[in-house]
Design a protein around this ligand. Structure first.
Ligand SMILES: Cc1ncc(COP(=O)(O)O)c(C=O)c1O
Length: 348
């Protein structure tokens, strides 16, 4: 039986070239700043994102956390979109470790506007925690891989700076956002103070993310990474794969986007499944199976019987993510499995 794992782009395995680069990487002790491969990755990442400096971290969660800690003080408030990954899926890290209070703002398909931010800001008053940071997410995971445009990013940045707030971007999939818009990531990152991106998702590296910003920010982030136990020694083993991720794995994200479109169109044609293919902008497809009179959990187990893996969300919503290793034939196979599962459920 064919196996098609559409749960996440995090399931991608390193390429043969990455494994070879890891084997032959020049190494040193990165806590002393002496790993040449880590230094090369951090320089490359900073340049790609148009910022002064970068820091390799163990994960996207750690990169977001050190970024937030570096730009806030305990007791302050952080504005996030209501469905933000940083709020939803990072175990409450910034509240637990940073003593920070999330202020949630409902966006449109993951995008918040200056007006949304403005209306959530409160005047200085002894009763209120001071607000210091706005976090945005591009692409937005729970909204279905939706993109922020440069002008949407700039609008939030301008308002935030007018109000002396910093902006951090969770750009776990920033390259998906850039490729989908046919632009360079710098057209998005120029409107944030700090950002992070993942090497380990669609770019296929096995481990690692990178926090990016100005030199002072990175000095602080490096100290917080150390405090969190993320000071790694011969981390060039990880960085070697990361360099290939950045240099060679970006252009192919287009294939993932086109496969996601095909998947969404196919799902939309199945009676009882609700999804709008026009809303699929990158590699994430979120759809609803309530119309089949089933639960998300039951739907996932039906697909599993056919070797297709999907992720569940609340309210009978299902998430499927395309990535390297998923070919058009896998999409066709998955659609066939979905069609069969839907027929069985409708017949009951
Ligand atoms: C938008 C977004 N931000 C951050 C992360 C966290 O990355 P990690 O799993 O490497 O901690 C993820 C992971 O799925 C993500 O989708």
């Amino acid at each position: 039986m064919r196996e098609v794992d559409l749960r996440s782009d995090t399931v991608t395995l390193p390429t043969a070239e990455m494994l070879e680069a890891m084997r032959s990487a020049r190494l040193g002790d990165d806590v002393y700043g002496e790993d040449p491969t880590v230094n090369r990755l951090e320089e490359l990442a900073a340049k790609k994102m148009g910022k002064e400096a970068a820091l390799l971290t163990t994960s996207g969660t750690q990169a977001n956390l050190v970024s937030v800690l570096s730009q806030t003080k305990r007791g302050e408030e952080v504005i996030l979109e209501a469905e933000a990954h940083m709020y939803y899926y990072e175990a409450g890290a910034f509240s637990a470790f940073g003593g920070l209070i999330p202020r949630l703002v409902k966006g449109q398909r993951g995008v918040i506007s200056p007006k949304d931010i403005e209306s959530s800001l409160r005047p200085p008053n002894i009763h209120f925690p001071p607000t210091s940071l706005v976090c945005i997410e591009n692409t937005h995971n729970r909204a279905g891989g939706t993109i922020w445009t440069p002008s949407q990013t700039k609008a939030v940045f301008d308002l935030a700076h007018e109000r002396t707030l910093k902006v951090h971007m969770d750009g776990a999939r920033i390259f998906n956002a850039a490729v989908a818009q046919g632009i360079e990531p710098t057209q998005l990152t120029r409107f944030v103070d700090s950002m992070m991106f993942c090497l380990s998702k669609g770019l296929s590296a096995p481990i690692g993310s990178v926090a990016v910003g100005n030199r002072e920010f990175i000095v602080n982030a490096r100290r917080y990474r150390k405090m969190l136990g993320g000071g790694m020694r011969q981390a060039g083993v990880i960085a070697a794969a990361g360099i290939i991720a950045i240099e060679k794995m970006v252009d192919r994200l287009k294939e993932d986007h086109s496969n996601a479109k095909i998947l969404a169109k196919g799902l939309a044609s199945i009676q009882g499944i609700s999804v709008d293919p026009d809303q699929v902008q990158t590699n994430i497809v979120i759809y609803d199976v309530s119309g089949l009179g089933t639960t998300g959990e039951r739907w996932i187990s039906k697909l599993n019987e056919a070797g297709v893996k999907a992720g569940g969300m609340e309210g009978n919503r299902i998430r499927m993510v395309t990535h390297r290793g998923i070919e058009k034939a896998d999409i066709e196979y998955s659609l066939n499995a979905a069609d069969n599962a839907a027929k069985e459920l409708r017949a009951k």
